[in-house]
Design a protein around this ligand. Sequence first.
Ligand SMILES: Nc1nc2c(c(=O)[nH]1)N[C@H]1C(S)=C(S)[C@@H](COP(=O)(O)OP(=O)(O)OC[C@H]3O[C@@H](n4cnc5c(=O)[nH]c(N)nc54)[C@H](O)[C@@H]3O)O[C@H]1N2
Ligand SMILES: Nc1nc2c(c(=O)[nH]1)N[C@H]1C(S)=C(S)[C@@H](COP(=O)(O)OP(=O)(O)OC[C@H]3O[C@@H](n4cnc5c(=O)[nH]c(N)nc54)[C@H](O)[C@@H]3O)O[C@H]1N2
Ligand code: SF4
Ligand SMILES: [Mo]
Length: 738
Amino acid sequence: MRVAKLPASPESLRERFGPHPAYIPPGGWRDESENPAERLVKTHCCFCGQQCGIQLKVRGNQVIGFEPWEEFPFNHGMLCPKGVKRYLQGGHPDRLLEPLLRTTDGFRAASWDEALEFTARRLREIQGRYGKDAVAIYGGASLISEKSYLLGKFARVALGTRHIDYNGRLCMVSAGTAYKLAFGVDRSPLPWNDIEKAEVVLVAGANVAECAPITTDYLWRLRDAGGKLIVVDPRMTPICRNADLYLPVRPGTDLALYMGLLHVVLREGLENREFISGHTSGFETVAESVRAWDPRTVAEKTGVPPEAIERAAHMFAGAKRAIAMHARGVEHQSKGVENCLALINLCLATGNIGREGAGCTMITGQGNGQGGREHGQKCDQLPGQRSIADPEARAHTARVWGISPQEIPQAGYTAVEIMEAIHRGEIKALLSCCFNPLVSLPDANFTREALERLEFFGVVDFFLSETAQHADVVLAGSLQEEEEGIGCSAEGRVIHIRKAVEPPGNAKADSWIYCELAKRLGRGEFFAFRTTREIYDELREASRGGHADYYGITYEKIDERMGVFWPCPTLEHAGTPRLFEDGRSFHADGKHRFVATEWRESGDPVAPDYPIYLTTGRVVSQYLSGTQTRRIGGLLEQYPNPLLEIHPRLAQQYGIADGDWVRVSSRRWAITLQAMVVKTIRPDTVFIPYHWPGDRSANLLTHRTLDPRSKIPEYKVSACRLEKAPGRPEWAAREGRG
Ligand SMILES: Nc1nc2c(c(=O)[nH]1)N[C@H]1C(S)=C(S)[C@@H](COP(=O)(O)OP(=O)(O)OC[C@H]3O[C@@H](n4cnc5c(=O)[nH]c(N)nc54)[C@H](O)[C@@H]3O)O[C@H]1N2
Ligand SMILES: Nc1nc2c(c(=O)[nH]1)N[C@H]1C(S)=C(S)[C@@H](COP(=O)(O)OP(=O)(O)OC[C@H]3O[C@@H](n4cnc5c(=O)[nH]c(N)nc54)[C@H](O)[C@@H]3O)O[C@H]1N2
Ligand code: SF4
Ligand SMILES: [Mo]
């Protein structure tokens, strides 16, 4: 077993390398005269899946600020607190400016030749000794699509390993799996302008105001136009203030609720028989499966009053146009796929698919959460959203790549399974780009142990993330604005990410790093790309004829139309903003499929020794594992440490007052946080945001139960117990808190 290595802290690196040459003061420049721009670059925010349009102000080789991009139709210049600070990363003092190699007491700077040669040699040695599948690749959905396509090809062609997966496995895969089962395709079926055209919108497990802030505006427009809003969440998040009906669901019980809604719809005969018989299959089995879920039974499971269930069902089915929107609250469950399917079943039964202002949709999480799951960085997928098991797809991809179909490995493990295989000793080496698993995977102690068992660990990042501190080599990669490419937003709109600057110092473009590694692995001829545009042209060919067909989308066409919605099979094609308008799904028979769902308990059940539900998620000012936003001055101050949201009634039971230190224990670990006593959460549930590492990490408490089909972890439902802590914990003393 490998001994844990001494991590080098960002502070010690800064001491070693000095401050970044182009340092921007925390909080940014104060006014234009202090730092005038030479050019404006129209591009997109690097953070969430809304992909707001933004103009970056550039001087020399540095992004120094931003201007709104008012013509961009999605956000019309609006940005959230993270978007207005995103520009502060390029010149940040923690920015990695050269490759780092591990020494006995930390890291030392290395030349690219040395770092790449070392990486390639270790990968070759390990594959030679243990076989090709002993190496795994992690990718990420913050990467532009060119990079994620490149990573998929790199794993299969340069390394020949089965094992590549990405951080979107923690994010959108329950929705993706459900939409593939029901519709044969994984994309939001409707453009966001449809939201305000609905009569009723049901928002399930989505904290829209904090996590998809610009979508709040669409919901306000819905309300202005007279539309009604239903919200399902164990917490009254800010959009609940505008809701007509709020359903305070008990964590992990959504499935019962949505089956209950369909039960009422069918009992009252509110279903759309014509749509069901003309466009769907499987209705009878689903109708049978919801028969037992009457409102009283559902109320007992979910904690939602029976009258509210009746009312929600009548509102949804009584509307001419209704939309169900969902996010991780329903998807981060060990029945995440079932939850999405149950919402889809409700939409199908009421004929709400394929029409303006009607449908079922998922709210994309990561910046390129949609595009990043289309072109082959998923373990079971080839470009164009093709299946790696499909002989035709393999033949097509092999032709584009210039190899034989037999050379493409079969499907490998998913992200959490890769960590488990490392723990077992089956996978010995990991190369990770754009992923911070130590903070983001459930059961963080398990992740740490796995990282320590690796014989080789390489990371490509622009900051030294908590995970990167365990690496043997850190390759200084690039920010979104340092390479040209495309992404796909929550709406299914393909957008153009323009290059604003070159990577600073001796940092390199991510795509260059992978092409160079491929060369050193003896596979350079398949990676002779000089620009990301060349990678994109190959991606277009590779996706051609697939469901996610990008062939007809060029950078120029995106610029002309402010985005193009896929599928777009020819250069003349205008793109497809709304799916299924012809009444057909992407399945061969053209039918939308009802898929029956079955109740089961969550993987970490509440019991007398762990009597309280713990759920985890986000706050508006922080982003994911926080490696980016915790470093940005002006954001961290808004919410500097994780707080425990707790209802006054529950707090009183334990003698806890606002600001008190509370020890939260789960079946895996315990952490101590300050209480934030709020009336906006169920009294049987506590909430912790997960953006922090180490002994403040919510993921020390969470468990590794996965949805059996999507393999997503159950972040939204754990069991815990609480005790008032005697005083502030070690981390708080260290951070100067409390
Ligand atoms: N500010 C900010 N914005 C972000 C991100 C970020 O880190 N910070 N991340 C982006 C990414 S990658 C993602 S995936 C999205 C996530 O966006 P969301 O899914 O909206 O955010 P979460 O906070 O993970 O969870 C959403 C809601 O689910 C609720 N919930 C918890 N348990 C349950 C349950 O059992 N049932 C139901 N119905 N609801 C439940 C929580 O109370 C919470 O309000 O946000 C994106 N936008
Ligand atoms: N308890 C709990 N855990 C959760 C969740 C939850 O709700 N609760 N949510 C889950 C969800 S939805 C998600 S999406 C995951 C996210 O989990 P992670 O993927 O681990 O989170 P990120 O912070 O995006 O980490 C990405 C890393 O990639 C780097 N990076 C970003 N862009 C680029 C790029 O263009 N190039 C390179 N080379 N590096 C880049 C960043 O600096 C960062 O270090 O967390 C999951 N974990
Ligand atoms: S809503 Fe998302 S894409 Fe828009 S500015 Fe905020 S983080 Fe960026
Ligand atoms: Mo996510």
